[in-house]
Design a protein. Sequence first.
Length: 719
Amino acid sequence: MSSNLLEGLNAEQKAAVTLPRQSALILAGAGSGKTRVLTTRMAWLIQNGQVGPQGLLAVTFTNKAAREMLARLSALLPINTRGMWVGTFHGLCNRLLRTHAREARLPALFQILDSQDQLSAVKRVIRALNYDEERYVPRQVQQFINSHKEEGRRPAAIEAFDAHSRALRDLYVAYEAQCQKEGVVDFAELLLRSVELLQGNELIRDHYRERFPFVLVDEFQDTNRLQYLWLRLLAGPRTAVFAVGDDDQSIYAFRGAEVENMREFERDYGITQVIRLEQNYRSFGNILDAANALIRHNSGRMGKNLWTDAGPGEPIRIYEAGSDGDEARFVVEEVKALHGEGIPLSHMALLYRSNAQSRVLEHALFSAGIGYRVYGGLRFFERMEVKHALAYLRLAANPDDDGAFLRVVNFPPRGIGARSMEVLQGQAEAARISLHQASRQTSLTGKAGTGLNAFLLCIDRLRSAAEAVPLNELMSAVLEESGLLRHYQQERDGADRVENLEELVAAAAVFDHESDDSDLAAFLSHASLEAGDHEAAPGSDALQLMTVHAAKGLEFQVVFVCGLEEGLFPHENALSETDGLEEERRLMYVAMTRARQRLYLTRAESRMLHGQVRYGLRSRFVDEVPEGLCRWLSAQTFQGGRSDFQTQSSRPAKAVDSTPASVRPPFFMGQSVTHAKFGAGVVLKCEGGGSDARVQVNFRDAGVKWLALAYARLTPADF
């Protein structure tokens, strides 16, 4: 019967599945069958009598993965998987705390706060302590609490050096007291409370170490510090930990994931042999060779080389468009042609580094009538921050728009609470006038009255601007006057929202340039139409749009990776972070290895960003793909049809800015430069003009520096 379980496994997979009782690290490359190895390992241990189903503990990173693991296990063995400890970190911690609620100082029926419930709880604490919500923004306080919990820190362990940090610590103390009093826990608390339970109770810790002689962990490269500590507490000296991961696919540092945990695991558990799963069952050889060549540029890797016996397949197609609009049109024409050849839309994916990039692609698909679905997110004009900005724009056009008024009168927060809004709405209904008109006549006082007056002044300024400036300048004014941009810039996870808002400025600029009727009402109609119900219906055939982060774990017959320019992918923010470039390269590796048969890499020589045209360089990631694996497509004769593309036999010279020198700034974001003292670097920002011009450069060896161009000996790098 064991032979049936092992049937079809390659030599490395079989070696991993049949390991004796010892801790092991399985380095599982993309598409190498890691889920099969994990579930077969569990089945093999049970079938060979080494452990019963209740003696296994398996950790996954999503509930979907846990369900899939149990379903596969049931298909392999005639066992009842009900009650097995297979789940996410949070799910298993919840189960542990439910079992030992008294020892964890929790009520037996404690409730779990989701993110929105937690935010509401934080707001109550801020108000109870009479703190100013504009200075101590609830979402920022929530992030402060969660980040410290995820690092394993209670308030007493936080060092506070000024009044603001002391106040944040006090809010954390009060929040904990409130949660304890009400018998509730947030998601971060589940893990931290479980760690403290295992640390402080030797009997419970020893019980679980005896109960689970085998612990299996999926996606080990995505564990954070506290999760690894939890695993170490559960896994005693005699526990066999089967850790499966891929350091080349570690892309969640922004969530606290630490790829270094894999190296620590090797040291902590005395791992002498790492089993590498390198045979890929997803992609053709050229795609794998390109991905292997790219990722070799990272240092400190554990090292592996993906291969396949499926043959080389098609070359990597690379297209360099003149603009982001041209790039989108190229993608649309290729999608239409491939669909015409019989490839379902759902088997094709458009991947991008930042959510904001979807707008241009969505517009092109909408115009072409191609059904699409934004995977794991919302379409551009449905995103919360975009709808907030458009609500301000609607009020600039028509201050009596009650829907827009209600949406943003207290966003960003101005101290206008629900009770004040009830009063205002009651006055409007009684007088049969709009909320805007009622607000001009209301007798609201105190903080609510001050906030309402500030809001009305903001709308007045925007109405004046609407009559005097172009659309893109009006859109920029909306972001500044409303405080939306400042609000999201201060959020820990607000970078994507800021980029979406800046892309909205670009959308207004493009509309103003391209539309015959470019007034404010026309733009608002355009936004409403594109936000309309034209996304493909659930279950229907639809093209998949998503960020590369969202694509992790998925695969498609055809993949387009768009926006491959320096500063965009790799992202400019990563260029100034320690190990940021290496994480960006891992992200590109993940993007490339999603493709089964055909891979497109595209970029635009110019792109509308922040309402202005930006000229960018080809991403270094494109240049790291070996010449012999590529087919370069030329747009020289492109008139809007696929047949117009030409193939170039070799890599074209790296594009430079073709704008006339008289109007072109001396340097631009993403440009590679050389300095006599600091060496090679990449331009991150450009400011000023003439004798006041300066640039911010991330130098490979010297780090990030501001340089005044009047004095700096800075020259464009040779390509």
